[in-house]
Write a protein that binds this ligand. Structure first.
Ligand SMILES: [Zn+2]
Length: 381
C-alpha cells in the first residue's frame, strides 16, 4: 500500500530525464550546449497532461525536476553528463518525498567512459528517490534495456510506432499508468524482461511494414489482458558498440506468470521473424542509386543516405554523396538535376555569407566533424 493511496492525498510525482541518441561511431561529442535543459514551469509545459486543462492535472501534484534533451549526436562528454546527472539527482533530493517519477529518456545515450549510461543514471535516480517510490519510464524503441537499468524501474513503456508518431502518447501512457497505480494502491507490478540477441537498424524495423507492423500491433492486445499493465518491444540501437545494444521485451503486470508468458511469446516471435525485417525501400550503393534516380521517370526521386543519418546520431557532415552526385555524367552535363539537402559545415556557410547574394564561391565542404572527409567540387565549366 503506498502512502498516497492510504492517506487519500494526491500523489507527488516528479518528472525528469536525459534524452539523447548517441552514435559511438560518430566523432562528434555532445556538449552541454547541445542540450535543451528545462526546469520548473517550462519543464511542466512540455507535458500537456500537467497543464490546468490536462487529463492528469488534478490527479497528482506534478513536481518538475530537470529534463535535458538533445538532437541525436555522438557520445556525451563526461563533464556534460556529470553536470546534468548531478543537477537531476540534486533536484530529486531537494524535492522531498515523492511517490513516483515519470522518467522521460531515450535509452541510447552513450557517455564517454561508460558502457551503460542509462544504467548508471537510473542507479543514481533510484538511490536518490528511495526504494518505495515507483519509477515509470517512457522510452524510444531504439533505446537499450539492460538488466542493470530495467531492474531499477517499476514500469517501462516505449513508442509503438516507427516513425514515432506516438511519442507524446507514450509519455502520457507512462504518466497515466503511474497515476493509476498510485491511486489504486496496488503497489509495484512485476516486470518480466528479456533481451533478444538480434540487433537491427531502424531502417529495417518500420512499423508501417511487416513484420514489425503486426508484431508491434499486438502490444495493445497484450496490454489489455487482465493482469497486465503494459507491454513494450525495443529494437535496440545499432549505432553503438556496447554489450547492452540488442532487442528487448518487457511486460509489466500483477500476474507474474502471465507477464513472463507474454514476454517470452513476443520475444520468440521477434527471434523467429528476425530475417524477415526489410528495408523501407530498395537499397544499393551510391552510384547505383544515383543511376537509378536519373533513369527513373519518378520526380522527385528521393535517396536516403543511411550511413550519415543525423536523426540516428550521424554527424551529417559527410560529403561522400555530394562527391558521387558530382561524378555522375548526366548530372554533370545538366541532363538531370539533383538537390543535396545539406552538409553540416559552419565555415563554408560563413564563406557564402561573406561572398554575398549572387556571388559564385569555390569551397571544400564537409568533414568538419568527421575529419579528413572533405570533398572539393570540380570547378564549374
Ligand atoms: Zn527511435
Amino acid at each position: 500500500m503506498n502512502p498516497a493511496a492510504s492517506g487519500g492525498r494526491r500523489p507527488r510525482i516528479g518528472i525528469g530525464g536525459m534524452h539523447i541518441e548517441s552514435s559511438t561511431f560518430s566523432p562528434h561529442r555532445a556538449a552541454y550546449d547541445d542540450f535543451r535543459v528545462t526546469r520548473g514551469a517550462e519543464l511542466l509545459d512540455r507535458y500537456a497532461w500537467t497543464r490546468p486543462d490536462g487529463e492528469l492535472a488534478g490527479r497528482a501534484e506534478w513536481v518538475p525536476l530537470l529534463h535535458a534533451v538533445s538532437l541525436p549526436g555522438g557520445p556525451v562528454e563526461r563533464g556534460t553528463y556529470d553536470r546534468i546527472k548531478g543537477e537531476l539527482i540534486e533536484r530529486l533530493r531537494l524535492a522531498g518525498p515523492l511517490d513516483g517519477l515519470v522518467y522521460d529518456i531515450h535509452g541510447a545515450m552513450s557517455v564517454v567512459g561508460l558502457e551503460d549510461a542509462e544504467g548508471d543514471l537510473t542507479e543514481a535516480v533510484r538511490e536518490a528517490i528511495g526504494p518505495d517510490a515507483l519509477i515509470s519510464a517512457a522510452m524510444d524503441p531504439h533505446g537499450n534495456v539492460s538488466r542493470r537499468f530495467a531492474g531499477r524501474l517499476d514500469l517501462i513503456t516505449a513508442h509503438r510506432l516507427a516513425p514515432h508518431e506516438d511519442a507524446w502518447e507514450t509519455r502520457e501512457r507512462a504518466a497515466r499508468k503511474l497515476v493509476e497505480r498510485l491511486a489504486s494502491g496496488s503497489g509495484r507490478p512485476h516486470l518480466a524482461w528479456v533481451q533478444i540477441p538480434v540487433l537491427l537498424p531502424g531502417e529495417r524495423t518500420s512499423t508501417r511494414l511487416e513484420p514489425a507492423k503486426s508484431l508491434y500491433g499486438r502490444l495493445a492486445a497484450v496490454e489489455a489482458m487482465d493482469g497486465v499493465v503494459d507491454a513494450a518491444i525495443w529494437v535496440g540501437y545499432a549505432w553503438a558498440d556496447e554489450p547492452r545494444c540488442r532487442a528487448a521485451v518487457v511486460v509489466t503486470g500483477d500476474d507474474p506468470v502471465l507477464a513472463v508468458e507474454q514476454t517470452r511469446s513476443l520475444a520468440r516471435e521477434y527471434w523467429e521473424m528476425r530475417r524477415d525485417f526489410t528495408f523501407v525501400g530498395p537499397t544499393g550503393g551510391a552510384d547505383e542509386c544515383i543511376a537509378e534516380a536519373v533513369a527513373s521517370s519518378a520526380r522527385p526521386f528521393l535517396i536516403s543516405d543511411s550511413g550519415d543519418n543525423p536523426t540516428a546520431g550521424g554527424a551529417g557532415d559527410l560529403a561522400y554523396m555530394l562527391g558521387r552526385l558530382l561524378a555522375n555524367e548526366d548530372l554533370a552535363a545538366g541532363r538531370a538535376t539533383a538537390l543535396h539537402p545539406g552538409i553540416t559545415d559552419p565555415a563554408a556557410v560563413a564563406e557564402c555569407f561573406a561572398a554575398g547574394p549572387g556571388a559564385t564561391v569555390r569551397l571544400s565542404v564537409g568533414g568538419g566533424i568527421s575529419r579528413g572527409r572533405r570533398t572539393t567540387p570540380r570547378p564549374a565549366s
